[in-house]
Each structure stands twice: as C-alpha cells, then as structure tokens.
Design a protein around this ligand. Structure first.
Ligand SMILES: C[S@@+](CC[C@H](N)C(=O)[O-])C[C@H]1O[C@@H](n2cnc3c(N)ncnc32)[C@H](O)[C@@H]1O
Length: 345
C-alpha cells in the first residue's frame, strides 16, 4: 500500500493516530497526501467525515484542507457527514465553513477598503445583448437565463414583505419586472427601480415604466447609483436586491451601503439564489448573510427567524426548454427578510 492509500484507509477507519503520524512524516516519499482524490473524486476529508472521525476532520481543516472541496457528484465533506447520519459533526463542519467564509469576506472587504470590486463577468454581461424570449424568459447572450417566470410566486412573496411598510420601496434589478409588477399592485409612497443593462432599460421604456406615476427609474449600476442616492440624502423603507452576473462578494458590498439608505425599521430582502445546487453551501451562505447583516444592524422580523421556507417545483422539463443551463434544482426556497435596527448612517 502506498502512503496515500494507507492514509485513506486510516481516514475510513477513524485511525487518527496512524493518520496524523503519516501526514507528519519527515520524508516526503513516506508522507501521504490527504487531498489525493479517489476514483469518485473524494479525499480523506470526505472519508473521515463519513466515518465520523472528528479528530481527523478537525486536523485536516486546521491544516488548510478546504471544506469547499467537492467530489465528482458535487458533494462536500459536510454532506458526507450529514449523509451518514453524523449530525454533530455536520454542524461542526458547517460552523467551520461559516467562520471561514466570514473571515474571507472580511479580508476581501479590507482589500478594497469596502469599495465595490471589479467583476469581469458582470462587466461582460452588461456589455452584451440580452433577449426576452416570449413572456417567460430573459436570456443573456450565451442562452443562460437572467430571469424566468417560474420565480413569480417567490417575487410576489418578496413584494408582499417589502410593501408591508407602504413606504418608499426600491428594487435593484428589473429583469422581467415581475417583482415590480407586484410592488406596483400594492400601496407604496414611491417605487424606485435601479437597472444597469441598456437592453433591459429599453424594454422598461417600451413598457412605459419610466412614465408610471410614483415610479422612478434610476438607470445605471447599483455600484454607481446607490452611493449617489445616499449622498443626496434619499431614504427608503424597503430595499430588494436581485441582480445577475454578480457574486456574494458583490452583494456583501451592497449590504454595506444599506445603512446609508434604509430608515430605521426598514426592510431588506434579496433573491436567495446562492449556490442553489448544493444545500450545504446554500445553508452556509444563508448563515454568512445573517451574520454579516447582523453586524450591520439588521435583525430578523419580530417573532421569527430571517428565513421563511417556500415550496417550489421546477421539475417540469418544459420550464427549462430553450435555457442553456438549469439553475435551480431544489424544492425549497429560503426567503430572507430582515429589519434595519441600527443607526442610520
Ligand atoms: C434576475 S434579474 C431581476 C429579476 C427581477 N427580480 C424580476 O422580478 O423580474 C437581474 C437584473 O439585474 C440587472 N443587473 C445586473 N447587474 C446590475 C447592477 N450591477 N446594477 C443594477 N442592475 C443590475 C440585470 O440587467 C437584470 O435586469
């Protein structure tokens, strides 16, 4: 048996004494590599998690093995722990993952001093054409879906939460205007829409959104528009975020702007599409968002948690016809709502 094979067997058998000794051998030829993949793309962290070997899992995570490593089926070690019924270990791995992502987020914010970062994917998206395909899809140049009508019940639920205040509501990202349609059906003092893509803006103009009473269209990227609105002293009672081609690291910077724009008691919600194809990653990012928003002064609505669970069914293959990549697989949607309870900046 090679040192790598021995390591793998130790991880599977929870033999942490031999495992750690093999990892720490002086000679590199005798030392095993715990991150060497097996035929399914799993490595020792996955096998140790499946075996409920808390010592080996802890050792590997402390020594820099990444919780994000996935096997060929896209499963991370945390999922091996939960899939084998080791709830306590899965929770500990979730805590590790959340702490790591929060720390990475802090480092990322330090790097740009909290300013918005460059995102090539977003820049490319905003420079290339999009097309409305019938009434049920908005596609980018590659045929990937920017927005689809199956999300309508979710958008309606978001609109309901945002309009509870009947105040000044802002939506960032028009897409198919589904949420804006639902906001417009409800009572608000004002309704502001921020949209960056020129084709989407042209579509909004054709549909008469810029002439609607009570509606204000703010053309441009939120990265440019929001700091200007904050400088002008504009305040809102509810803000919704749903853009395209951006990542959580962009949204983190969006969140940092919210205390400058929301009134105390104001509501914030976002389309919760982070890592939708992996429930462990999705839960990690729910928790990261909750922690980071908490640090900015956001609290869950009174008497409940930040997320409400909604059933969704996207199994009908027809939904995805004409779309390059199916982007949603789960049957649950965790709808986030939080309330600004901090000091207005
Ligand atoms: C997923 S769609 C929004 C769908 C919308 N919630 C609805 O109900 O139809 C995302 C939208 O965000 C816009 N967008 C992308 N990046 C943006 C940015 N940085 N600032 C403002 N809008 C952006 C896109 O052009 C697109 O129209």
């Amino acid at each position: 048996m090679t040192p790598d094979e021995r390591l793998r067997e130790c991880a599977k058998a929870d033999d942490h004494v031999t495992f750690i000794a093999l990892c720490e051998r002086e000679s590199s030829t005798e030392r095993g590599d715990p991150t060497l993949r097996d035929e399914n793309g799993a490595h020792c962290l996955h096998h140790a998690a499946a075996a409920n070997s808390t010592t080996i899992v802890d050792y590997l995570l402390r020594n820099g093995v990444r919780w994000t490593d996935v096997d060929d089926d896209g499963d991370c070690a945390g999922q091996y722990a939960s899939g084998h019924g080791h709830g306590a270990l899965a929770s500990a791995m979730m805590e590790h993952a959340v702490a790591s992502e929060v720390a990475l987020g802090e480092a990322s914010m330090r790097e740009t001093r909290g300013e918005c970062r460059q995102n090539e994917e977003s820049e490319r998206y905003l420079k290339t054409p999009v097309r409305y395909d019938g009434d049920d899809k908005l596609l980018d140049e590659d045929g990937d879906a920017v927005m689809m009508s199956w999300e309508e019940p979710l958008m309606e639920a978001h609109a309901e939460a945002l309009c509870a205040s009947a105040g000044d509501v802002m939506n960032v990202g028009f897409g198919m205007g589904i949420i804006d349609g639902h906001i417009a059906k409800r009572t608000t003092r004002s309704h502001t829409i921020v949209e960056a893509h020129p084709d989407v803006r042209a579509h909004m103009m054709r549909a008469g959104w810029d002439e609607r009473e009570g509606v204000r269209v703010e053309p441009g990227r939120w990265q440019d528009v929001l700091p200007r609105l904050a400088k002008e002293g504009k305040k809102y009672d509810a803000i919704f975020f749903d853009t395209y081609g951006e990542e959580y690291d962009d949204m983190r910077r969006f969140h940092a702007l919210l205390p400058k724009l929301l009134r105390k008691g104001g509501i914030y919600s976002y389309f919760n599409g982070m890592c939708p194809d992996n429930i462990f990653f999705h839960c990690v990012y729910n928790r990261v968002a909750e922690i980071e928003l908490g640090r900015l002064g956001f609290v869950p609505p009174k008497g409940r948690g930040m997320f409400t669970v909604h059933d969704i069914d996207t199994t009908d293959a027809k939904i995805w016809e004409g779309v390059k990549r199916r982007y949603w697989w789960g049957d649950k949607y965790f709808l986030p709502t939080c309330v600004f309870d901090g000091d207005e900046a």
